[in-house]
Design a protein around this ligand. Structure first.
Ligand code: ATP
Ligand code: MG
Length: 620
């Protein structure tokens, strides 16, 4: 019954459908798909609710889940795509243990950096182990014992494996679990630039990730992320675009620049401290008001007219304080403050800052002068004159006295020459937001969206190799610390992110590439042997053409079978019922089609499904 067209289509399907193998055929009654009406009470994220309701995952404990058969199939498809792209980019797969002796962290001190996020396991002999959150130490140790010469480098090794992190607040189902599946790759080089250098592999990984997420059928953005120790744009995140995402992404509509809010630069903003006072400094009693919002409501001052002042402490060997000032409606970006001052810092310890003379919660820029701190002011806060209104800026800020604020703060009058000293700088130190000037195109404004981080590529440099003494002889015989890159993909998070991105009120809408099955054959009368025989035959022909097929052979009401079909989100639906069979065909409908399906003749089913698969965006 195969026509020439079908043969041709079948050929193209082999390259169209994710795998070249024969597809799988599975009966619903022989797998486990425990669909439910109710979502878990604590579930907020659509992917959490839908993956549980559609019988993909089941909670075992906080942030720990069973991957049921449907989820496992989709995870397999994601992993296959990742493997193909990683292998094509010259990386090689291996597997490291999930448990590692804690002593491996002795040199890198990452057990301390990871803090409570690290799962610790003590064995029967009292030896301390960790459940690996990532594998930098294990692989560096392996490489240290295996690579002695530059001739063995570069190398890029990866694994797909379960990771453990004792997240403070595991939430949103698979989006933030305590046990999750990650693909992690580590590359090793003798140099940064040129053939065999880190930069080259980094670019290959960027391409491999772009191919991977495109093939998965995801709508995603590649964004600049918090820079690594090498600096520059040495880190990129891959974000699935969706409104429910945890991360904020900013984009320049003219240049394609995109960055995580943690990193996003803001274009030029002129500043000028000069401007007359709006009145005498007026002290206001503001008892028990913790937030800027409370204070601004109480003082009847809009938050853009408040100065928000944050005290930070220098965290290298030298001690010292930094006072960061932004407008009340803006957020201080610690990473940017760090870049502006040029040394590492952290939020000040409250007790220590108080002892130094800061009235924490009520600090004004004046405290920088009185305590002897470095003052860093964001350009939007460094305004003596309100340029829009053409009159002096009105500012309210802390009074440097507990439970008090002041109105009519004036930069020049109240800070004097301190503003001209080396201890006062103006720099971009706040989080960007929609409408801010683009850092890449004059006159363009940034737009804002949300995303789920599914991948992260990072230039590590020599952080681990130095700490662990992984030195290799270069061409001239010198021993140098090996330069490393690391590249992660959240495999289980990608599954959930796909559902966040692609669902409707009735359930999941899988892109063809990640669907656990491409087609669902629903049999209306399962006790009719002839109908079942048709189903088996259609499924077999589809499998020959490369489709994975699920046959709904449950003895259940049609209504509830259709509801489940919507919920689990299989892209192609074929329904075998009396009406269509009388017309010599089956009802064909895509999950994305509204309304009823069309009757497709038996001999055209494979062709029609191939058309749908070919038309599916990104599907390969
Ligand atoms: P996040 O900022 O979301 O906590 P991260 O930056 O700490 O993640 P990485 O160390 O870069 O994560 O890990 C690589 C990838 O592993 C991430 O891009 C993400 O997709 C995934 N991942 C990280 N933590 C989790 C988690 N708790 N649950 C599921 N996936 C995770
Ligand atoms: Mg990350």
């Amino acid at each position: 019954m195969t026509t020439t067209t079908q043969t041709r289509n079948a050929e193209s399907a082999r390259s169209t459908i994710t795998t070249r193998r024969r597809g799988d055929v599975q009966r619903w009654s022989l797998t486990l798909i425990p669909t439910t009406k109710e979502a878990p009470a604590d579930a907020e994220a659509p992917s959490h609710k839908l993956l549980v309701r559609a019988g993909f995952i089941r909670r075992v404990g906080a942030g720990i889940y069973d991957y049921l058969p449907l989820a496992w199939r989709t995870l397999g498809k994601i992993s296959d795509i990742i493997r193909q792209e990683m292998n094509a980019a010259g990386a090689c797969e291996m597997l490291m243990p999930a448990m590692e002796p804690l002593e491996l962290f002795a040199d890198t001190k990452r057990d301390i950096d990871y803090g409570d996020n690290l799962f610790r396991v003590t064995d029967r002999h009292g030896r301390a182990n960790a459940l690996a959150p990532t594998h930098e130490e294990v692989i560096t140790e392996l490489m240290k014992g295996s690579v002695a010469s530059y001739k063995q480098l570069p190398l890029n090794l990866y694994q797909i494996q379960t990771k453990f992190r004792d997240e403070f607040r595991p939430r949103s189902g698979l989006l933030r679990g305590r046990e999750f599946i990650m693909k992690d790759a580590y590359s090793f080089h003798m140099k940064l630039e040129g053939a065999g250098g880190l930069d080259e592999t980094y670019e290959k990984m960027r391409t491999a990730y772009t191919n991977t997420f495109t093939r998965c059928g995801l709508d995603f953005s590649v964004v600049e992320a918090e820079a690594g120790p090498i600096g520059g744009s040495a880190s990129h995140e891959f974000m699935v675009n969706c409104e429910t995402g945890e991360d904020i992404i900013l984009k320049c509509p003219e240049t394609g620049y995109a960055a995580n809010v943690e990193k996003c630069e803001i274009g030029h903003r002129p500043h000028d401290f000069s401007g007359d006072p709006t009145g005498d400094l007026e002290k206001v009693h503001t008892p028990k008001m913790a937030s800027i919002e409370d204070v601004s409501r109480f003082m009847k001052v809009k938050s853009p007219n408040m100065l928000k002042t944050i005290v930070l402490a220098r965290s290298d060997e030298q001690r010292g304080w930094v006072v960061a000032v932004v407008r009340g409606d803006h957020e201080v970006n610690e990473g940017k403050v760090k870049d502006a001052v040029g040394f590492p810092l952290a939020m000040a310890d409250e007790a220590e800052a108080k002892a130094a003379g800061f009235a924490i919660g009520f600090v004004s820029p004046r405290a920088a002068r009185s305590v002897g701190a470095l003052l860093v002011v964001d350009p939007d806060a460094a305004q003596g004159t309100d340029r829009d209104k053409g009159k002096p800026s009105f500012w309210a800020t802390g009074a440097d006295e507990v439970d008090h604020h002041v109105k009519h703060f004036n930069w020049r009058r109240d800070m004097g020459e301190f503003l001209d000293s080396d201890n006062a700088i103006v720099a971009d130190i706040r989080n960007a937001r929609a409408g801010d000037p683009s850092p890449r195109a004059v006159g363009a404004a940034l737009t804002e969206g949300r995303g789920v981080e599914v991948g992260h590529i990072f230039k590590l440099g020599t952080k681990y190799s130095r700490a662990m003494g992984f030195l290799v002889q270069d061409e001239s015989g010198d021993r140098n610390a090996v330069i490393m890159g690391c590249y992660g993909i959240g495999v289980s998070r990608t599954l959930a992110a796909c559902v966040e991105m692609s669902h409707d009120d009735n359930g999941i809408v899988w892109p063809m590439a990640l669907a656990p099955y491409h087609a669902l054959v629903t049999v209306m009368k399962v006790d009719n042997a002839e109908h079942m025989a048709h189903a088996d035959r259609i499924a077999g022909e589809l499998a020959d053409a490369g489709f994975d097929v699920l046959i709904d052979d449950r003895d259940d009401r049609p209504g509830s079978k259709f509801k489940d079909a919507d919920l689990i989100g299989i892209p192609i639906r074929l329904t075998l019922g009396d009406k269509a069979l009388e017309q010599g065909g089956v009802e064909f409908k895509l999950r994305t089609d509204p309304g009823k399906g069309e009757v497709v003749a038996m001999e055209s089913i494979v062709g029609r499904c191939l058309e749908a698969a070919n038309a599916a965006e990104h599907c390969r």
